[in-house]
Design a protein around this ligand. Sequence first.
Ligand SMILES: [Zn+2]
Length: 179
Amino acid sequence: MEEKGPCVECGKPVSASLASKRKGLCLRCSSKSNPFFVLYNSLIDRVCHLPGGFDTLSDAEKLYYALTLFRNEINNGGFHQFFFNSSGSYYDLIENGLVNFDGRQTLELLRQAKQIVFPEIAIPPDTKTRRHLMPPTPDLMNTLDELDQQFYRSPDLLSAKLEAFAREQGLVSSPIDDN
Ligand SMILES: [Zn+2]
């Protein structure tokens, strides 16, 4: 039997060995105390629920939001999902952001994926239009899958850079405790 103890915040039973790695917190409470998790959720909330949505964000918030969304979509469903979902609407912002953020590797993968899915045109910002132009043929999916695998194999440099950016720009206010 695995030893369990109460989460120090909500009291839910949690494996003692896991809780010790999270300052005695269950996964849920631990996520809620992560300032980057809190920041991203508040941005999603504003984009989805405020009139004007994305346009109400500052330039720094727009960049942080779009690049985090990009990383999450690729990690979740690869480049096809990224272009297929609303995330693809932010392509230009993401491409420009990666020029400054992530060195060359992720940027090159994104540009290759763009050349495969939309070889002749700029990426349509409108999601419906984009979807009409990207039928999921086996060829397309196979080629994109190879890019996905390259993305998953490369080290995640983007996350650390996004966190540094959020601190520099004052998007997270709480002091960071890395212990
Ligand atoms: Zn808890």
